[in-house]
Design a protein around this ligand. Structure first.
Ligand SMILES: Cc1cc2nc3c(=O)[nH]c(=O)nc-3n(C[C@H](O)[C@H](O)[C@H](O)COP(=O)(O)OP(=O)(O)OC[C@H]3O[C@@H](n4cnc5c(N)ncnc54)[C@H](O)[C@@H]3O)c2cc1C
Length: 466
């Protein structure tokens, strides 16, 4: 009675509910990973993410081979084809039972429903597990059993759930057989060429090392440094978390252990709150599938008439808007496949409020570049910034990117790194070079008037109420 673990957004052996459950059955065990390049293209996956995922699928294959679990790579161009391919694979390998961890995007849910139906029809059992969040998705509800749409009460309930339930980790399974030869997938799919150099090391061990080093050495300063893009003040664990190499539970439990050992309580609490944000947005995706279908969480904002993207959108993408902090941020994204959180908010607000360009275009562009592209958080972050989402920034509170720049990059260190044209400007002029007459080199003048565009955006949101 051979069993199969189907790995998807959970590329790890430790703390993996589907793998642990399958191992417990003590039947022969196989694993698979389905490569779906067309689907990845439709979901705007970046070359950086595709490389990261395939490298980790190969690393997982090696890890599982030591446990006696052979991992097979199946190729299907899209999710719809993966149903048939998986069924074929199960028939060929005499699989009688399939285990996988749930995913919450609309296309993922449709695929999983179709897979279950097809396998049920052929007498193959299917078991699904809730894995992506610390508290099982859908379990954090208001007293009226409704989903939360505001973060702060969600996080309060989330923390008390953790205190009561005391979640634990699923252990790395014991070997189920002799080591096997690991399969590898080395056919890099076309269209995902030239990824930026890897940002973090490959492998579950590397993810855990980064987590431990962050908690041992840097979390104490997290509250003070997390908003400064020139400083290594955040964990840079997002590529691992977004692709399931590390779980939210592992982060939460490691942070709690450090709290118990007397680690910096304020830093740990602030960082743990970010794990709650991640869970919050996954719950939004789960309860409100419309957000993964390009729909605004706040339906009334669908009436906004966004500007035609055109040249200004191109300038934003390339980091040539004439607003130094926005340009530095966009160039960081384009060159590294990652952007600092404070800068994600600044660039998203600039696109949606100053240029008044549709958040969906920004969301897709981020996805097409990020190594940590994650539908729930990316959509949540964009809709927050555009004031169309749950618990969104109030529409009248529009960041001024120049003021944000003075506050969070006071010495212009980050700007100098990514916008070398401005490197010689002093710390005052570097944030708003256009105010001092001569703009150096070929650096552009601002493509939009910050004050006027802010007023116009507020008026357009205000008009929705009339
Ligand atoms: C417009 C916009 C788009 C975003 N797109 C993504 C995305 O595609 N993928 C993604 O993982 N995050 C996204 N974020 C959230 C956040 O910017 C990144 O998670 C963070 O910058 C990752 O860096 P880190 O690992 O050093 O974070 P840390 O500060 O060390 O935080 C630890 C972890 O908590 C989670 N986290 C932190 N902040 C948030 C947040 N605001 N929302 C949800 N989870 C959070 C991440 O998993 C992160 O790795 C986006 C935010 C905005 C405003």
């Amino acid at each position: 009675m051979t069993q199969l673990v189907w790995f998807r957004n959970d590329l790890r052996a430790a703390d993996n509910p589907a793998l642990t459950a399958a191992c417990k059955s003590r039947h022969p065990l196989k694993a698979c990973f389905i490569v779906t390049p067309e689907q990845w293209r439709e979901h705007d996956w970046s070359p950086a993410r595709v490389r990261f995922v395939l490298d980790h699928a190969n690393a997982l294959s090696e890890e599982l081979s030591g446990l006696g679990i052979p991992l097979s790579f199946i190729t299907a161009s899209r999710f719809t084809d993966s149903v048939e391919k998986l069924e074929e694979f199960c028939r060929r390998e005499s699989i009688r039972h399939v285990h996988f961890n749930e995913e919450y995007g609309v296309n993922e849910r449709r695929r999983d429903k179709a897979v279950k139906q097809a396998l049920d029809d052929t007498g193959i059992a299917v078991n699904k597990y809730r894995d992506q969040t610390v508290a099982p998705v859908g379990s954090i509800l208001t007293r009226q059993n409704e989903p939360y749409s505001v973060f702060t009460p969600f996080s309060r309930r989330w923390r008390s759930w953790i205190d009561e339930a005391r979640p634990t980790l699923f252990p790395v399974p014991e070997p189920v057989g002799d080591p096997v030869e690991p399969a590898r997938y080395d056919d890099y799919p076309p269209g995902f060429d030239n990824p930026p150099p890897g940002l973090v090391a490959i492998g579950e061990d590397s993810a855990h090392q980064r987590l431990e080093q962050f908690l041992d050495n840097r979390v104490g300063d997290y509250k003070n440094l997390r908003d400064l893009p020139s400083v290594d003040g955040t964990s840079l664990l997002s590529p691992y978390l977004a692709n399931g190499v590390l779980s939210g539970r592992q982060c939460l439990i490691a942070a709690r252990q450090h709290q118990g050992l007397g680690g910096n309580q304020e830093g740990l609490a602030t960082w743990t709150n970010e794990i709650a944000w991640r869970d919050f947005y996954i719950n939004i995706l789960y309860h409100y599938p419309r957000v993964s279908m390009h729909r605004a969480f706040k339906p009334e904002t669908e009436a906004l008439k966004w500007n035609t993207p055109g040249e200004k959108f191109e300038a934003w993408k390339a980091g040539n808007t004439g607003i130094p902090i926005v340009d530095a941020a966009m160039r960081q994204l384009n060159q590294t496949g990652w952007m600092h959180n404070r800068l994600r908010m600044i660039t998203a607000m600039f696109l949606t409020k100053n240029l008044f360009i549709d958040w969906r275009l920004g969301e897709a562009y981020f996805m097409s570049k990020l190594v940590d592209g994650f539908l729930a958080s990316n959509n949540g972050g964009w809709q927050w910034s555009a004031s169309t989402g749950t618990d969104a920034a109030p529409y009248f509170r529009v960041f001024n990117p120049a003021t944000q720049s003075e506050r969070f990059d006071p010495d212009g260190e980050f700007i100098r790194k990514y916008v070398p044209e401005l490197a010689k400007l002093d710390n005052k002029r570097i944030h708003q070079p256009w105010t001092s007459g001569v703009i150096p080199g070929r650096y552009p003048r601002p493509i939009v008037d910050l004050k006027e565009s802010r007023k116009e955006a507020i008026a357009k949101f205000q008009a929705l109420k009339n």
